[in-house]
Design a protein around this ligand. Sequence first.
Ligand SMILES: [Zn+2]
Length: 199
Amino acid sequence: MQILHPFAGSVQQYNEQLSNADAYRPSHCPQCQTKHPLTAHGFYTRTLIDTAFDGVIRVRRYLCNACQRTVSLLPEFILPYLRSSLMVIALFLVARLLGGQTIEAAARTAPPMPHQRGQFWIGRFCAQAQTLCAALAALTQPTPAPDFVHRALTMLESTGWIAAHRFLFAGVRCHLLGWPRGLAPDGRRAAFSSATAPV
Ligand SMILES: [Zn+2]
């Protein structure tokens, strides 16, 4: 299971604090709710494309000794299962959907990328827009807008994308671009949790 790292800061600051396993060790298991602190369980690596970073970062993992499942702490600038950072995705979506740029021009906003990737984000964002409007109403006033896509973008801009992601992912287990198939509605594998989760 992935949860949000309580740490807030840049990619570089994130990398610097990673060596200390105690700093953000979860005090309980989010999966079985056991009250024992989790055991540090190494890292996994993943790629990240940010406005000023393109490389591999480590993600810290903890193990729950009660249910034997792992918990990974994702930094807040990452959306689960997406290689580009939240800010890169936000810049593209705003340029294309609010700014009215062509998809090719929006794909050239920092850092440049194949426009097909942007098309993929747009498809997922548009499918998720109505859900986002409902969820974000807890944070900010819905504004008049021609459709859910514009309303969701305006609400994200006024809340701040990171703050919104923190609320959506950590608070209500909602993915800004929608969970991939098989992980809806809350980012856990349905088959996994129903087959093996302790009752
Ligand atoms: Zn557990």
